[in-house]
Ligand binder design. Sequence first.
Ligand SMILES: [Zn+2]
Length: 898
Amino acid sequence: MVNLCTLDQENGCKKAKEVARNFFREKNGDSQFTIHAMGHAHIDTAWLWPYAETVRKCARTWSTVIQLMDKYPDLTFVCSQAQQFAWVKENYPALYQKIKAKAAEGRFIPVGGTWVEMDGNVPAFWLPDTFGYSAQLPQIMNGVGIRRFLTIKISWSLVNKFPHTTFWWQGLDGTRSLSHFPPADNYGTKIDMKSVMKTRQGHKDKGRTNDAIMLYGYSDGGEDQRKLRTLQNTETMLERIERLHDTDGLPKITNSTPDLFFQKVEENDLENLCTWVGELYLEMHQGTLTSQAKIKLWNRRLEIALQTVEKVYSMLAVLNLKGSSYPCDILDKSWKNVLLNQFHDVLPGSSTQEVVKDACSIYEQVNADITPLLQAGLASLSSGAWNRKRKVQTQNTGLKSSVVIFNPHCWKRSEVISIPGKMFEQLQNHSQDQNGIQHDKKGNILVYVEAQSLGVTPLSIGKMVDHGKGEELKQWTKFDDGNVILENENLKAVIDKCGRIRSLIHKKSGLDAFLDDTKKGFHGNQFLLYDDIPMFWDAWDIMDYHLETRQPLTKIIEEPEKYESGILRQSIKFKLEISSKSSVEQEISLDRGDTVLRFHTTRLHMKFKFGHLKRPTHSNTSWDWAKYEVTGHKWADMSQHNWGVSLLNDCKYGHSTEHNIMRLSLGVFVITQNPTIGVVSIMVVCDHPKPTIGVGVHQLTIFPHSGMSVITQNPTIGVVSISDVFVITKTPLLVWLSTQWYVCDHPKPNYWCGCPHSGMSDHPKPNHWCGCPHSGTFQDAGVIQAAYDLNNPLTVSAGQLNEALSMFTVDNPAIILETVKLPEDTADQNSGVVLVLRLYEAFGSHAQGTLSTPFPVITVARCNLLEEEESQMTHKDHSFHIKLTPFQVVSFLVEFKK
Ligand SMILES: [Zn+2]
């Protein structure tokens, strides 16, 4: 009204008065707050019961709903999770038909858009009970045509109250989703007066919008047995809706649907709404980023392996090789099984051991299905049969090789790999010159290889020899004063008796990443123990106060000794005591030409998809300090202008950074029957003796690389256990173990980045992490590519190939080709072979580039994430141009000649 007043003496307040008149003319009831009531039964796909029980829970709950619908014609019911519908369709076909009929009436309403209500940090939409939401979800939702979002979980945050209930949620790339948090903070109210009043009072955007959703009903097939949960009881809720429909002094309650609610907001209130930018962080359950490490390891491995199978068979489809048809059925089944385990109590590790067992056997089956498939596909590619069949632009190495390397990434890679001894013996000329190779302790042969982007490269013995005969390295490993020095062309690391990094010099810049600050007791690669006694749920939570119980591991069982020793790899091994029964054993290695220092924690005797987020390293506000443990996928980086530290991993998700400390949580373990938990984490610490701005021109990337296995068994509970660990802590309950990095001698960065991303190899390997000093920004230093390479190593197969074949190359490192696959609907692949290519911008900048392929391209079209064509693109015979905005994800349908 104030904005409508002008200085015009006569008419200055005319418009404002009109608005005021209309406002006060409204009778009671006309503008009354409206509650959109929807029946809902939050059925956890697995939690305190296995998957098999959920099938029955769905049938029981939904048949009750159908009966109630017959009696109450206004009843509406919202139901998510396609997997649950698939189970009922298969096991209870008659019930399924009834559900279909009610769905046709618009009363049994499918919501969600995802296979299960998955975890929202590690892989959205209708996710009332997920423990945090990645900043990339708005873009992904939009890509599949979903523009509305609902959750209640953020209301569980311990420290800060989220300021909105109906608002725009803006993601990393700028995409916005209309979002609603039902103000009763509950997905199973009982239409009681408290919830009704809370829905009105707790609606934080009152004034901007006058509607809210209230979900009512019994969750998980009945909830607490002590509560009345009969048919009649749900009927009481329905009767209450009837009574409260229009009562003076109370908000109106109406049987409604998500569509009616969101449409009303869209029609009336969109311009009034506030915007929240970035992730929706849940200030609780941070332990779920680490709990049940095995499940998280399997998830990472299998997501990557399935993508690799898709890439290999896409290549074979374009090459049109007989006997190599695209394995649609196995891929479909395997993806659905991996997705099933992404349910929000399975992947986060918050379900019972029975569910964990179920989940692992599902993973093992997926692995058993796709491993031979991948091997067969790689054998076909390596056979060179395509070579004789069709002419493509290849890079002839002039050598016929019986060992073929497959690179799944769209960039060239040069690195030391290991080849089984027998396979190496089959190489032509292998015995003539062995100068360029190294025999490792496991009987494998280490060779230095250069692999073409996304494709196959014959192993060239000539190149290996050249590399081996190159510049002579000085002594790699030296023992000096109790310290060990590992040194190659790029790095010099000083490691003490406890395996801690005292110094890591980046030779190009001459700068040391670590400061030997013994006074504070901080060192790089420091293993630490923490007590861990959460206030609420053991398997879900870790509290900030655990950080006050830090205990470094310094008792040496075995001092560092030389392990691998040759021209390509040098490494040392050492062993530390955790308790009288437990120990940790680690190998630190440095490869020739490597810019990373690798950590393989071989024995522990006890243990955003797409894009990145910038986070503060300080805790100025309560919002900052509540994030003492956050999600990250393949890497995290702490940088200043042109120098920083990156921490890469191949199966971990829980990160934290405060001031100069970066920590990666490695594992949560059940250690007693109570159950209690231990978390193992690695920390990277940066000291900052000087103020922030303008100091320092060096950059450090840490790629700690470690394999861990738990070996202390507790037969009484049948799970891997670290039960004796608490013996050395004061409290006999929960324990954290960390390794810590103390990285110094450069100014304190105020921000760090984490990568929300998900992505297997043929079997889960031990965990790895590595560290590496680099100059320039983490983007230019290749941290993102290095993280991909750590997660999906080069594969070797036997074959007969004399030409390298690179399927795709992208000429801009900011553009990453994430997925290559056949469309889900392959029915009309008549004229040519159509592939779906999904790429994204990874650096956070505008990027342009050219994607090239040796295969003749017929058509290129942009499509959405559902693979529906949107627009045709111009292209050349073997390439097309791509233009991306920061963190944008794009998909193309590319047709090749058959
Ligand atoms: Zn749940």
